[in-house]
Design a protein. Structure first.
Length: 112
């Protein structure tokens, strides 16, 4: 069982890259790291495509994100789902825009 530190319900999320979303709020932009996967950075090969793919998954959706950890930059690490997609990370791997990151996922996304 994976412990959730908190659950955040998000609307209006914007993809920063293939494994990071941003929620704009007055005076602060909250960035959330999709846990267990690794996608190319925006300037790397495939990075722009990964960002667009994540954008399509979160656009106009309400996300339920369980905060699982905080990374070394202080960014919340989350597991997110929408009403139609039970696991955003798995969907990014399934679409070949990200890969399983076993160091953090323990292989959870290897079969996506």
């Amino acid at each position: 069982m994976i412990l959730s530190l908190a659950t955040i319900i998000i609307t209006g999320a914007v993809a920063i890259d293939g494994d990071t979303i941003r929620l704009d709020s007055p005076g602060k932009n909250l960035r959330l790291r999709i846990g267990g996967i690794n996608a190319p950075e925006i300037k790397e090969s495939g990075g722009a495509e990964a960002s667009r793919a994540l954008s399509r998954l979160v656009a106009d959706e309400t996300l339920r994100c369980d905060v699982r950890d905080v990374d070394h930059y202080g960014m919340p690490v989350v597991h997110c789902a929408t009403e139609r997609i039970p696991d955003i990370a798995c969907e990014m791997v399934r679409q070949s825009h990200a890969r399983d990151w076993p160091r953090y996922s323990k292989g959870a996304y290897a079969d996506c």
